[in-house]
Structure formats: structure tokens, C-alpha cells
Design a protein around this ligand. Structure first.
Ligand code: IPE
Ligand code: IPE
Ligand code: MG
Length: 240
């Protein structure tokens, strides 16, 4: 494939509907099988030469779900982090996380830190989990930090740049995603990376997340490769 994006972001949606369609009594089975889909997506992305894969795993708003589902999701996070460590190591994948991580149960936070440390030397791809993540909350935190610096006289408001804002976000060490994929047919952003995706391409796929395969990833990449990213210019300027 000619044009592989450096950074792909995925809104992994449709676990609950998948579980219902399969006749499972609870939505939790969908989340469990969703981990297998994430393994396929991450190893597939690494094989295809994608350098950064960021996945929306749990939103700030998802805390409002029934306690039983939130607890199950946190347990799945913890068990998967240790269970999938060999997969991360074998595929050269470095684990990273963004979000209001302090809100996670302390056991999950410790497991996350351990997996980050264990994979810190891997260089093929960075897999970022967005956990307890909300883009408006991220931007609010950045604004508070910048306002503090201005109030302390460390920063002149007129000297503030776009790069300073990007630096103050949780994603400060990641490039902006060129491609955002959302599964399950929903066509919305749900408070994901609002600043970072200002010029990203979007691909919405009907597949429910637990059924997501490497072929679906390739399909999204093909759609991406067929787009002309003009970034405000004209088509003629790009070919000149
Ligand atoms: C995505 O699947 C996973 C999370 C949001 C944690 P959902 O749980 O949203 O599944 P649907 O959208 O209800 O089918
Ligand atoms: C978005 O999915 C968050 C994740 C995929 C983790 P939701 O299913 O929670 O999104 P909405 O609320 O339907 O937009
Ligand atoms: Mg959903």
C-alpha cells in the first residue's frame, strides 16, 4: 500500500450490540471478545507499518454506565494487560496510555504502569489506550496549565503558539492522527481527540468491534489512500 498513515486512531464501538446479537445475557461478553479484536488490530497495524495506534477504550462519559459494567471493564483491562504482554513483546509494541488515569482503580493503574515499563524498549509501534479519556477535559486541563503560567508571569499571552497548546495536552508525545476509524456504524466523535483530529480523515465501518479483522483495517487504509488530503490547498497545487 502506497500511503500508510503514521498514526491511526480507532473508536472501538459496538461491543454491547455484538453481545446482544449473539444472544449473550450481558454486554460484558462483547467487551471480552473486543480484546481479541484489539489484538488483531494492534498486531495487524504493526505488520502494516503503522507507527502509532491510539484506541478509545473507555471514555470519561463511560463512568456513567451501570456499576457492574464499569467494574467488568476495569477487570478486563487488568487481566488483558498481563495476559497480552507476550503479544506486545513479540510484536515490538510499546504500551502507552492517555486520559484521566488517576480516576482508574489503583490496581489497574499499577498494572498499566508495569506494562508500560515492561514494553518501554519496544520500537515498532506505540499502542496508546485512551482510558477515562475525554477531549474537553484534556483541553480544559491544558487551558488551566497555560493560564497558571500566564498568571505567574512565565508566559506572555501573545507569545502562546499552537505548539504550546499541543504540548499541554495528554498527547504531547504523539503526532496528530491522519486517520480515525469508528466501527459499529455510528458516525460521531464522542469527545475523542478534538484538537488532534482537526485535519484527520474519517472512515466509518459498519462492523461491530468484536468482529473487527485485519481486513477491516486494510479496507480503512485503502479508503484513506484514495482520499486527496488538500489541507486547504487546491488539487492543482498538490499535483504541481
Ligand atoms: C464500545 O462498545 C466499548 C466501550 C464504550 C467501553 P459499547 O459498549 O459502546 O457497545 P454498544 O455501542 O453499546 O454496542
Ligand atoms: C465511545 O463509545 C467511547 C469508546 C469507544 C470507549 P460510546 O459507545 O460510549 O459512545 P456514545 O456515547 O454512544 O457516543
Ligand atoms: Mg457504543
Amino acid at each position: 500500500m502506497k500511503q500508510i498513515p503514521q498514526h491511526v486512531a480507532i473508536i472501538m464501538d459496538g461491543n454491547g450490540r455484538w453481545a446482544k446479537k449473539q444472544g449473550f445475557a450481558t454486554r460484558v461478553r462483547g467487551h471480552e471478545i473486543g480484546v481479541e479484536a484489539l489484538r488483531r488490530a494492534a498486531t495487524g497495524a504493526a505488520e502494516l507499518g503503522i507507527r502509532y495506534l491510539t484506541v478509545y477504550a473507555f471514555s470519561e462519559e463511560n463512568w456513567q454506565r451501570p456499576k457492574a459494567e464499569v467494574d467488568a471493564l476495569m477487570n478486563i483491562l487488568m487481566t488483558s494487560l498481563s495476559k497480552e504482554l507476550p503479544v506486545l513483546q513479540e510484536n515490538g509494541i510499546r504500551l502507552h496510555a492517555i486520559g484521566n488515569l488517576d480516576a482508574l482503580p489503583s490496581k489497574a493503574r499499577r498494572q498499566l504502569d508495569a506494562t508500560r515499563k515492561a514494553t518501554a524498549g519496544n520500537e515498532r509501534m506505540v499502542l496508546t489506550l485512551a482510558l477515562s479519556y475525554g477531549s474537553r477535559q484534556e483541553i480544559l486541563g491544558a487551558v488551566q496549565q497555560i493560564a497558571r503560567q500566564a498568571a505567574n508571569g512565565e508566559l506572555q499571552p501573545e507569545a502562546l503558539t499552537e505548539a504550546d497548546i499541543a504540548q499541554a495536552l495528554w498527547t504531547h508525545d504523539l503526532p496528530d492522527p491522519e486517520l480515525v476509524i469508528r466501527t459499529s456504524g455510528e458516525q460521531r466523535i464522542s469527545n475523542f481527540l478534538l484538537w488532534q483530529i482537526s485535519y484527520a480523515e474519517f472512515v466509518f465501518l459498519p462492523v461491530l468491534w468484536p468482529d473487527f479483522s485485519k481486513e477491516d483495517l486494510v479496507e480503512a487504509l485503502e479508503q484513506y489512500a484514495g482520499r486527496e488530503r488538500r489541507l486547504g490547498k487546491t488539487s492543482e497545487q498538490l499535483t504541481a
